[in-house]
Design a protein around this ligand. Structure first.
Ligand code: NDP
Ligand code: GDR
Length: 351
């Protein structure tokens, strides 16, 4: 089998790091797009990186930004990938209300820039678009591939645009372009301002006596939370089919934010009610109340099914935080421990 080459945008993010691991395990050469920052942003993939002078190196990083279409086209020509996994985005829903124009530019138009670069370079590579359950927004559950979209945020609206432009390039130009409509998926590598990671960090730090309380917003929202490490396998499978198509990826169960918080605190023997404070800064101008995915099509066609459900996910996330604090023995996810160790101890802006 010839060695395949993949290009991952968003390789420094939660999903990018798990996907890079998966593709390297499968023997791919992996190229990742990293945006320039004044500090290093590669903690999640540090353990995968080898000096590019090493003949055995198979992971290569390139500077690039979704707002720069010329750079995207140049990178595609240079790397000539077989598969493009487009994961990069301004991915925070609450932040998208503060930065709606930027979110539209990166999360929405960024997809068009990449698709147009693929079309113009005529590479014939396969394309994965990181679509989201946020596109369903206010449409009641269960949500599947045929459920109408009703986004509730600039982020959700940008993802709907990106979803349709991906389908349009498939229909108009015959590109192998797919939408993975993924419901929430979490891990110890989740960004610290998303609610699951925030709850897991707080439970561990409060248990360790390092923090007194945690401030949260809406506890009533319900989500279908799965484990990111197994969701990236579904992304890969979507690009290995004979025909391109769109798939929902989810666990099929839902829990409230309150449930998740309770599970994290119970895992360290604490009653969450003593430590959680309400802060309206974490509310959104419009909320997504209830998401439950029906991933039946993915199971039938891709043979993919979630095995880690929300209660186990909460426990494994808290365990990773305890490990990072030196309170339990390491379990082997070095990247997660590095990310957890770098979790901010000071409050971040309202998110
Ligand atoms: P993260 O926020 O962890 O990662 C986002 C990635 O995008 C980071 O690597 C980030 O770089 C990069 N990025 C952001 N803006 C730009 C830009 N302008 N140019 C280049 N790169 C940029 O997200 P996740 O890993 O959780 O999610 C991956 C994708 O899947 C996203 O598109 C997200 O919207 C989507 N999604 C996520 C779900 C989830 O539950 N996790 C569910 C459904 C969809 P940097 O490290 O420099 O910030
Ligand atoms: P979400 O994830 O908006 O579903 O988007 P997030 O963890 O941010 O919010 C989930 C729910 O928790 C409520 N909430 C809080 N949220 C945050 N971030 N911080 C808080 O303090 C807090 N308190 C309560 C929120 O109101 C919301 O109802 C994630 C992202 O990964 C998207 O990129 C992705 O597309 C969707 O999941 C599927």
């Amino acid at each position: 089998m010839p060695v395949k080459t993949a290009l991952i945008t968003g390789i420094t993010g939660q999903d990018g790091s798990y996907l890079a691991e998966l593709l390297l395990r499968k023997g791919y050469r992996v190229h990742g797009v990293v945006r320039r920052a004044s500090t290093f942003t590669t903690q999640r993939i540090e353990h995968l990186y080898r000096d590019p002078h090493d003949p055995a190196a198979r992971l290569f990083l390139h500077y690039g930004d979704l707002t720069d279409g010329t750079r995207m086209a140049g990178l595609l020509e240079q790397v000539r990938p077989d598969e493009v996994y487009h994961l990069a985005a301004q991915s925070h829903v609450r932040v998208s209300f503060d930065e709606p124009e930027f979110t539209g530019d990166t999360t929405g138009l960024g997809t068009t820039r990449l698709l147009e670069a693929i079309r113009r370079t005529g590479l014939g590579c396969r394309f994965y678009q990181a679509s989201s359950s946020e596109m369903f927004g206010a449409t009641p559950p269960p949500q599947h591939e045929g459920t109408p979209f009703h986004p509730r945020s600039p982020y959700g609206a940008a993802k709907v645009y990106a979803y349709w432009v991906t389908r349009n390039y498939r229909e108009a130009y015959g590109l192998y372009a797919v939408n993975g409509i993924l419901f929430n998926h979490e891990s110890p590598r989740r960004g610290p301002t998303f609610v699951t990671r925030k709850a897991a960090v707080a439970a561990a730090r409060i248990k360790a006596g390092l923090q007194d309380v945690v401030h949260l917003g809406n506890l009533d929202a319900r989500r279908d939370w799965g484990y990111a490490a197994e969701y990236v396998e579904a992304m890969w499978r979507m690009l290995q089919q004979d025909e391109p198509d769109d798939y929902v990826i989810a666990t099929g169960t839902s829990y409230s934010v309150r449930d998740f918080v309770e599970q994290c605190f119970a895992h360290v023997g604490l009653d969450w009610r003593a430590y959680v404070r309400f802060d309206e800064r974490y509310l959104r101008p419009a909320e997504v109340d209830d998401l439950v995915g029906d991933a039946g099509k993915a199971e039938r066609v891709l043979g993919w099914r979630a095995t880690v459900h929300t209660p186990e996910l909460a426990r494994l996330m808290v365990d990773a935080e305890l490990t990072a604090l030196g309170l339990t023995a390491p379990r082997g996810d070095a990247a997660a421990t590095a990310v957890a160790a770098a979790a901010p101890a000071v409050p971040t802006p309202a998110r």
